[in-house]
Design a protein. Structure first.
Length: 437
């Protein structure tokens, strides 16, 4: 039972939260240290690990890296970030960094050497380059960018020198910041041999070092498994979580969960711990995309009740809004002077606490019990515990009649006893975690 399997994660986009300027102006300002002031908030939420979006020196948004060994000057320096990591570790909170290994920025030192020295550069083989073409920047050479974006220069991960360099950087992060894992950006584009090498390397450097990959479409099993990634971002259920609410069709999320984790032999990810979220730095905030904001608690209740690893994106725990727009994601990554707390924050904290104390919610099998357009009951069960997760996404109370195979239960969210006799009533816009006695 690895630490990450039972953890609640919290994602922070530091360049946004800390109010850094969009363009790297070269001016060092310690903005990252303010995050130590968020630790009491994280503890109250029940957070076990923080996943930091890019923190290393970059041109603009963090994913166009200039230097993998230096904290972005807009955030501070290595010493300041090491201090933040120590404070988190002292509070019992682990640290996971964004590993952006598919591409770098145009100001990455090796690419600048290539632009200066062209075919004579010792780093020409670090990229996918043709000296017979040209780029949109009129460099007099062609290079491959990420999905046609020439601000992001694709690294040649088939070159052992590039792989050795990146692994050396990871070793430095483990040594300097004592990180506990990596989230691999665009993992779906990374060569499998690179992921296997990274896993072997990290396993040798730190016990239970966590690797989660960004995967959007396709079969997550392609990159998850022994010798590869421990987990992948569950975009299939992310979509189902909000669209099943907006369409009054909880059959959608129930189908996705059963397809992924159900009791049948053909289900895709039974026994695996996918990385679950209701929003992140690349998509519209859940409080914006939901048509009925009263359903926020229902979405969060399903997130903490379903199989996998729940992750909270900073600000969404109090209902921060942000709409994804063409041309940039800055409004999804806002600055906040301090964390906020309200009734939603408290409710999410209760869901997280229930998740932590329940073996079934962390490790249990999944089975749909009853599905209606605005109601859903599913079961999580281990040999030692059985929990029924019941959701009412309607504005009216409802009485559910089903065979609970038990007479009584305790709601892990409220601590109150529950009697299944005569039907089970759920308040409007509510979620219960009934641990069966």
């Amino acid at each position: 039972m690895a630490w990450y399997e039972k953890s609640v994660f919290y994602q922070i986009y530091p360049l946004g939260l800390c109010g850094a300027p969009w363009q790297n102006d070269g001016v060092r300002v310690d903005r990252i240290s303010r995050l130590t002031g968020w630790i009491p908030h994280l503890q109250k939420l029940g957070v076990d690990a923080v996943y930091f979006s890019p923190v290393f020196e970059s041109d603009t948004h963090g994913y166009n890296t200039r230097d993998y060994t230096k904290i972005d000057c807009r955030l501070g320096d290595n010493a300041a970030f090491a201090s933040v990591c120590r404070a988190l570790h002292d509070a019992g909170i682990r640290v996971v960094l964004d590993g952006v290994f598919n591409h770098v920025g145009r100001d990455f030192w090796a690419f600048q050497d290539l632009l200066r020295n062209r075919a004579a550069s010792p780093y020409a083989g670090w990229f996918h380059v043709s000296f017979e073409g040209n780029s949109p920047y009129n460099d007099g050479l062609w290079y491959e960018g990420w999905e046609g974006n020439y601000d992001l220069v694709k690294l040649n991960l088939d070159n052992p020198q590039v792989v050795d360099y990146l692994l050396g950087c990871v070793e430095g992060w483990i040594r300097e910041f004592e990180i506990d894992g990596l989230r691999l950006d665009v993992a779906y584009l990374l060569p499998e041999h690179f992921i296997r090498r990274l896993r072997e390397f990290c396993d040798g450097k730190k016990q239970e070092f966590f690797l989660v990959g960004e995967m959007i479409h396709g079969d997550y099993n392609r990159l998850i498994g022994p010798g590869m990634l421990h987990s992948a971002t569950n975009y299939e259920c992310y979509k189902g979580l909000y669209s099943s609410m907006n369409s009054a069709n909880l059959f959608e999320i129930a189908h996705s969960l059963a397809r992924q984790f159900g009791p049948e032999n053909w289900t895709l990810y039974r026994g695996k711990h996918l990385f679950n979220f209701v929003d992140n730095h690349d998509v519209s905030r859940i409080a914006t995309i939901l048509n009925d904001k009263n359903q926020l608690a229902c979405v969060w209740g399903i997130l903490f009740g379903m199989p996998g690893i729940p992750c909270i994106y900073y600000g969404s725990e109090w209902g921060a809004e942000g709409q994804k727009r063409p041309g940039g994601d800055e409004n999804l990554r806002p600055a906040f002077d301090a964390p906020q707390e309200n009734a939603l924050t408290e409710q999410i904290g209760r869901f997280a606490a229930a998740h932590r104390q329940s073996e079934a919610l962390v490790y249990g099998d999944y089975k749909n019990i009853q599905i209606a357009p605005k109601q859903l009951i599913f079961q999580r069960q281990t040999q030692n515990e059985r929990v029924l997760v019941a959701v009412n996404a309607d504005a009216a109370p409802v009485v559910l009649h089903f065979d609970a195979q038990a007479g009584r239960a305790t709601d892990l969210v409220t601590g109150k006893p529950h009697d299944f006799g005569g039907g089970s009533e759920l308040a409007p816009y509510s979620v219960a975690y009934w641990r069966v006695e």
